[in-house]
Design a protein around this ligand. Sequence first.
Ligand code: CTP
Ligand code: MG
Length: 388
Amino acid sequence: MKTCVLIVAAGRGERAGAGLPKQYRQLAGTPVLRRSVQAFIAHPAIAAVQVVIAAGDQERYDRAVGDLDLPPPIIGGAERQVSVRLGLEGLETQAPDCVLIHDAARPVVPPALIDRVVAALEEAPAALPVLPVVDTVRRGEAGLSLGTVPRVNLYRAQTPQGMRFSEILAAHRAAEEQDITVTDDAALMEWAGHPVRLVDGAEETMKITTTEDFRRAEADLRQALEIRVGTGFDVHRFGPGDGVTLGGVSIPHDQALTGHSDADVALHALTDAVLGAIGDGDIGSHFPPTDPQWRGAASDQFLSHAVDRVTDLGGEIRHLDLTLICERPKVGPVRDAIRERIAEICALPVARVSVKATTTERLGFTGRREGIAAQAAATVALPPPEDP
Ligand code: CTP
Ligand code: MG
């Protein structure tokens, strides 16, 4: 069964307030539309994802999802129903057996919800995810209650709504001819006489409608992040020279640190801590010391690369903690400068970076002033891995 997805994103998001339409706004660091699209691209039952956008939104679309494997977007209409119809017309050449029609404004779509909708389509021409109504429902007018509406048999409808493709396309064409307007696609299937199977929806697949919804959705997503801690350790030996670079800050000294790059032990330990938190190898596997391009390189690029790897996974760094271990140079006078420089490299508030220093009471190689050691811990929040 070939199943395509149609994501409608041609609305103006007026209830979410002025400015960028809601589907293009960032939600916990990722555009709403990108989250919706990725949920389906990642699902094995989905053959293709087609997005419908408003005329004039091409640039916003490119910025949000331009790098993903998607066909060019289709231009929608002034009403959602029109956007869906135009999208279905555009999908016709692909001859899918089924289509899942989804609001771009519902950025969180658990794979299990897609599974339920797809499974129901094996037996029914249409599948509608719903949630029970738990509050007492009342009718009212002009501030006065007109009585309770029994909530048995009442449900809240969500998307993705699944349909057999030829039936929903025919229903949309007929509705257009007869000037019929409904609020969603399941309603059109019913109007056309097809039974609609109810499946369990998902609370997290809420539609973002207002600014307050952004806040709630963001809080939910952050709550779902899992915390990882990574550690890093590095040592560089002293050699002849007149200064060292520690934490990206140049410090005059009667020796220098030797190493392939700028030998910044602090940034190397931090880079390994960040990579460790995401299980992504170590500094040597990303920047092999055998590669001449890293000779004398400034180590801030290693750390910012590691930070980018976290961001690419949809994660964020919560805290960095560094300990420098040396007798000399004295770290105290440059501690704040190092802290600020690390925060700058990682695009973090200074409050999320800690820099400490200690001697080893003249014991061992650091005590003999043969070199400097650094150890670091990174606390990272990551989206949990998809269930296998
Ligand atoms: N939609 C669409 N074409 C339209 C109107 C809506 O593709 N002419 C899409 C929206 O982009 C959204 C989904 O349909 O993903 C659900 O609509 P809604 O939540 O009402 O979004 P907007 O219409 O953008 O918001 P508002 O009604 O507040 O302006
Ligand atoms: Mg609308």
